[in-house]
Design a protein around this ligand. Structure first.
Ligand SMILES: NC(=O)c1ccc[n+]([C@@H]2O[C@H](COP(=O)([O-])OP(=O)(O)OC[C@H]3O[C@@H](n4cnc5c(N)ncnc54)[C@H](OP(=O)(O)O)[C@@H]3O)[C@@H](O)[C@H]2O)c1
Length: 278
């Protein structure tokens, strides 16, 4: 039987670290803790090894094409395919800058949206039947947080393609650069827009998997809102411990064969929602 493979991005700390730990405990297969920084990643692996767990490590910076390609080639050379992908890596600026707003917006979308897109583009051809993908989203992903109705309609259009979605997010960046995003009906916060992008991407990707189901069978992608969590990102002000938040992510990563939870937005308490109606 081929070896099974699970991958977690941004696994060196916070929610990602807790997800790696729980997958190591619950999943029969190779669990890859990936991190952009090798030392931070290897230190995290060591911590888990001290608890008797056996995660594997590979460097992965989701904004670096070479890093993504190297990881993809490594996986393609070593395994028959990938079974679980948790797109957890993310950033949020703690203090919104007025002057540096554009560069913050660029960085945020680069990691939280375009980074995930690139990882998917590269790793999806390796997915095995029954693969499960989890995009770690947020309560900020709700479509209703976009003030302008016509923009909301574009994001939730059932015929929206990935390249049209990319173009919408580029439109937001351009509006921020020109300092016109508020008058054009966008939210103030780039983090919100990045996670809204992930909500739309989840629905588009699941539609594609259903269309190509004869080639890649029973592949499921969901977005998960892990709640407000005590991590570096929130200055440890969250309500939930990372271990608690990780539970819904691991639940989504281990959804059974032929699950009906496909292309959905799953809340920290496992309530399943339709993102385009959020
Ligand atoms: N905490 C919350 O309340 C909350 C709520 C909703 C959603 N989320 C989402 O949950 C996910 C994890 O957040 P967290 O709270 O655990 O934050 P965190 O403790 O700050 O961890 C973020 C992780 O992402 C990694 N990362 C950042 N940029 C990366 C890149 N270019 N390539 C690869 N890895 C990268 C970080 O690596 P470094 O250590 O190298 O920086 C770190 O491992 C994020 O997607 C976040 O948006 C969090």
């Amino acid at each position: 039987m081929p070896e099974r493979v699970a991958i977690v991005t941004g696994g060196n700390k916070g929610i990602g670290f807790a997800v790696v730990k729980q997958l190591c405990e619950k999943y029969y297969g190779n669990v890859y803790l990936t991190a952009r920084d090798v030392t931070r990643g290897q230190n995290a692996v060591k911590q888990l090894e001290e608890q008797g767990l056996r995660p594997k490590f590979h460097q992965l910076d989701v904004t670096d094409e070479d890093s993504i390609r190297t990881f993809r080639n490594y996986l393609a050379g070593k395994y028959m395919g990938v079974d679980i992908l948790v797109n957890n890596a993310g950033i949020a600026f703690k203090v919104p800058a007025e002057e540096g707003l554009y560069s913050q917006a660029l960085d945020t979308l680069d990691v939280n949206y375009f980074g995930i897109r690139e990882v998917c583009k590269s790793l999806y051809p390796l997915l095995n039947e029954h693969a499960r993908i989890v995009h770690v989203s947020s309560s900020s992903a709700r479509l209703s947080l976009i003030p302008k109705e016509s923009l909301r309609e574009k994001f939730s259009d059932p015929n929206l393609t990935e390249s049209q979605l990319d173009a919408l997010l580029d439109e937001f960046l351009e509006a921020v650069r020109l300092k016109r995003h508020l008058e054009e009906g966008w939210p103030h916060c780039a983090y919100t827009v990045s996670k809204i992008g992930i909500g739309a991407l989840t629905e588009i990707q699941q539609r594609k998997f259903e269309t190509y189901k004869l080639v890649q069978f029973d592949i499921v992608v969901n977005a998960v809102n892990p709640g407000y969590v005590q991590t570096d990102m929130t200055n440890y002000k969250g309500i939930l411990a990372p271990e608690h938040a990780a539970e819904v992510i691991v639940y989504s990563a281990l959804l059974p064969r032929d699950t009906k939870i496909r292309g959905k937005y799953i809340r920290f308490d496992k309530v399943v929602q339709v993102w385009s109606k959020s």
